[in-house]
Ligand binder design. Sequence first.
Ligand code: SF4
Ligand code: SF4
Length: 187
Amino acid sequence: MPDTGRICGDCALCCTVLRVDELTKPARVACNELRREGAGCSIYATRPSICRSYKCAWLLGSFGDDDRPDSLGAVLDLQFRGDRLWLEIHEESPGAFERSERLREIAEEYRASAHVRISDGDRAAEPDRPFRILRAGGIEQRVCGTRVEVFQDGMRIDSTEIGWLRRTAARILRAWKLRRSPKKARR
Ligand code: SF4
Ligand code: SF4
């Protein structure tokens, strides 16, 4: 890991927002091992390997020094899928993205060159939970169940139902990712 000079400090947001399969900790539920008042992990020396290895995009040096996840209200990951860069925004709570001017600024900055996926802070354990994808050109896709709505600059320009076959395949894929991806699951 490059030396970014950044440390988690009092932030422990990923210990709540993301999942830890080894501990059967679901997303958006504070880990049982998390001490109060920023005192860190009670099993730090023996914490699961995924807890040791996970680093959010901020810790890896992205965004500004003041954009630590606990101040943004979301944990952010940057990853390539194929040749496409994705910025994943995992909200701390439902509506966090809309409430944070800085999160919206970051999303606008990245959508020109990456797909920005905002995971709904609610219904975190459901493979069918709603999500949004922001793309270049003011395009936004909102996916909820079988329905996909497409907006451009805030105006709805398309709305489709995903066919059952494609929907089933997508659902199986997401459920598989939910099972497979460990803590601090990048999905
Ligand atoms: S969200 Fe990032 S900065 Fe906060 S504890 Fe996790 S890895 Fe550290
Ligand atoms: S076990 Fe992992 S998720 Fe839980 S408090 Fe420790 S580092 Fe955080």
